[in-house]
Design a protein around this ligand. Structure first.
Ligand code: TUI
Length: 313
């Protein structure tokens, strides 16, 4: 399936793997790229050296293009972006901030820049700064989120810019892919379903919680602190929400409470005290599968639903 996004990335299917901090490392990124999508290494809060090592490891596992997601709130973000230029990574996706001032350098080094945005104003500004495409992320997503839903947000971005738009948030199967294209997107970004890829090295208890989750099992913590994050409900979210109700809570105290909780979930499999970031589609994903199978299944289903439900009405 060739379109502007698959041609831009040089991949078979217009699907980008979400830049899930701690979760998305070389094994998952390479598996997604080998399966015909764009695999992505998440830099998260890691060091520039870690990112360079993961880039080199991914190159040993695939000869296909892949990207790196840079979480711009990280103190190491600038060093990581320098590594992406030096290593001439195909694509940089960015999140949790405005990458405007880095766009020129990245593009001059041959790195395509695809920022995640959660409002139209930033999308317009970034189009002017020369980014190659945009990821419009709705609040159905896991992790750090904006306010708007994918359904409302994607067509508004599509109307506002003249570069390709990739829809994210709430996409986990072929129906989601088809719906994203109906909204005007040229591709999709998928996180939660790839968390259940066989090649994803996240601790098994985390995967099992996602598999067991129902539609209403995610909650958004951190709204009161200005850092809303969608996660699966557990003892950690109960404590986080109760801490947020404290009148004299300082940001430092809240950040101290959060510190290490994502690592605890992903690496140690601590599903009670850990932060189990997940999208609302957790209730839609039921099993582990190889990344390549996830991708081919999603696009086969998208084609089928378009034929059966759209083209025949
Ligand atoms: O970045 C994400 N999702 C993430 S990052 C992350 S790491 C983390 N770990 C612990 C606590 C908090 C975060 C987990 N999930 N998604 C992309 C995204 N970007 N969502 C929203 C935004 C965003 C927000 C503000 C993009 C741009 C932006 O710009 C602000 C500005 O300066 O205009």
């Amino acid at each position: 399936m060739m379109n502007d996004i698959s041609e831009m990335f040089g991949v078979r299917y217009p699907i980008v793997q979400g830049g899930m901090a701690w979760v998305a490392e070389a094994n998952l990124a390479a598996a997604v790229s080998n399966g015909g999508g764009l695999g992505v290494i998440a830099a998260g809060s890691a060091s520039a050296d870690y990112v360079r090592e993961q880039i080199r490891k991914t190159r040993e596992l695939t000869d296909k293009p892949f990207g790196v997601n840079v979480m711009l709130m990280s103190p190491a973000a600038e060093d990581i972006l320098r590594v992406l230029c030096e290593e001439k990574v195909a694509v940089a996706t960015t999140g949790a901030g405005n990458p405007g001032k880095y766009v020129l350098n990245l593009k001059e080094s041959g790195v395509k820049v695809i920022p995640v945005v959660s409002n139209v104003a930033l999308a317009i500004r970034l189009e002017r700064s020369g980014v190659n495409a945009l990821i419009a992320e709705g609040c159905e997503s896991g992790g750090h989120i904006g306010e708007l839903t994918t359904m409302a947000f994607v067509p508004q971005i599509v109307d506002a810019v003249n570069i390709p738009v990739i829809a994210a948030g709430g996409v986990a199967d072929g129906r989601g892919v088809a719906a994203a294209f109906m909204l005007g997107a040229s591709g999709v970004q998928v996180g939660t379903r790839f968390l259940l890829a066989t090649e994803c090295t996240v601790a098994q208890p985390y995967k099992d919680r996602v598999i067991k989750a129902k539609d209403s099992d995610t909650v958004v913590t951190g709204r009161s602190t200005g850092h809303p994050v969608r996660v699966l409900k557990n003892r950690f979210t109960k404590e986080a929400l109760s801490l947020e109700r404290k009148a004299d809570l300082s940001l430092e105290e809240y950040e101290e409470f959060l510190s290490g909780t994502l690592r605890a979930a992903v690496v140690d499999g601590d599903v009670e005290h850990g932060s189990l970031m997940s999208g609302q589609v957790a209730g839609l994903v039921h099993k582990e599968q190889p990344a390549a199978e996830i991708i081919s299944e999603m696009f086969a289903e998208a084609e089928k639903v378009c034929r059966e439900r759209v083209l025949s009405w």
